[in-house]
Design a protein. Sequence first.
Length: 605
Amino acid sequence: MRIYQRYFGRYKWPFIVALVCVACEAVCDLLGPTLMANIVDNGIWQRQLSAVFYWGALMLLVTLIGAGFAVTRSILASRVSQKFGAELRSDVFAKIMGLSETGADQIESGSLITRMTNDTSQAVQFVNGIMRVFLKAPITAIGSIVLASILNLRLSLIIYGVVLVAGLLVFFSMKLSYPRFTLLQRAMDRINTIVQEYLIGIRLVKAFGTYSEETERFGDANTTLMQRGISSQRVITVTAPMISLLVGLGTVGAIFFGSQLFVAGDIMPGNITAFTIYMAQMLMSLMMLTNIFNTFVRTRASTNRIQEVLACEDDFSAVELPSAAATATRPSAAVQPTLAAEQQAQVSATLPARGAVELEDVTFTYPNGSGVPALRNISVRVAAGQSLAIIGPTGSGKSTLCWLMLRFYDVDSGAIRLDGQDIRQLPINLLRDNVAIVPQTPMLFSGTVAENILWGNPQASPAEVREAAARAQANFIAEMPEGFDSLLGAGAVNVSGGQKQRISIARGLIKPAPVLLLDDATSALDAITEARIRTELLGSLQQQSAEKRTVILVTQRCTTAMFADHILVLENGAAVGYGTHAELLETSPTYRDIYRSQVDSTVSA
């Protein structure tokens, strides 16, 4: 329950006050049957109307006091649980945002959505329940047993037997329920994953006409969720009626043996009445305890799943911030950016923003992958302001180099240096501030075109946005209904693939970073548009800019690579060629084969 301990300090006093109110409410409820016994024995049985009014007024006062405590704890429980839920969701979302690639690979996106919504809601309900009814049930149950024993010890033996059997039923219910609720949450993950995949790939589903396959896949997952839901509830549906039957039999037994004691003169009728009310209260308490334990079991499963997210590997950082586990009090959100800014300022003073990139004997294997290295002993140096093209067959490790330079993963051996400093020694934000990337698959977000471009530099002026779009050959933006204020749908489904790439390129160009990574960023563009962008990237941009950028571009086209200062040829994760276009035609069979295949196909066309 580390998650709840983490937030307890912030809500300690409201939590304690709510628990006190719950306890006082339970005491008021327990006084009711005793007061009722006095009304019957001292008032009705003795035919004393004044005693009836006295004990009745006292009973009404106790009921009003209990209602006041109930209102107070309900208000506190609602406020605290909702604030707890908001902070828990914010922390989980912040954790997801900060996951490293390795951490993100551990849990699929559909499961993360379930944990962010369903599991956190379960945790909120648990906190709300603790402050409202969870403490009341055991107090009421124990109080009913104690007060019934005071009324008549021999008759209370029936209660002891009922509680013993009910306790065993609740224990076995918990043991059987926990694994079933865990499987239920996993089935819910599967449902979310299938729906998410369908929404992302809806065009492919329509294009290939795989409606029946998708419907069948969802149907299987939905059936599994239904079956696991039934399985998890089956234990509860059996346990609850058995406890009700048990307490009912106990009540019948109490009335039967109580009547015999009354005939013998060992008990008053008011005590029998109070005893049966205590039996009813105990029934409600046991039923409540059964629900509490089942809620606890389900919450335990949800809490463990949330804890798995919070325990995932964070994005790399050279200087760790104090963690909640390492400090008595957790730093506020306002303090953490200040600490990070101070660390960045210290390192940035020793990191001139020139853009020289060096890879020294880099070897890397994807975690939880096939075990075959994606890159092996790669060494190359790109001077500040120069350009490097990376080319090679599919699966040769070209994009992997880009991810390593942004430190989405750490190298297994060797080193990657930026301006002479190992990137593992740099704060992650500082490293990524100095590197701009245009990914192979452009990812745009709902919002305006300008907002998507400004991702690269939120402080850029409208003139700089227009200039970046012009350099990216995104002239189509001016023809859109609202220009740069035109709205893009989720995933930018209302623009073409080539238009997405050009907006993505503009986003990379506008970022004031000395290093620009282009991961096959022009694959969806025609030859003329690509040539214009290439001129901007490797021609005029490099010659006219006051501060030259280091450009590293991954490409499949020799006609693009040949304009770079140097070309690195990869095959099966190893470097099989390095040099200029002319040199590689002479020395690299792999590059020569790629070039000839492209030239021959162009001539044939």
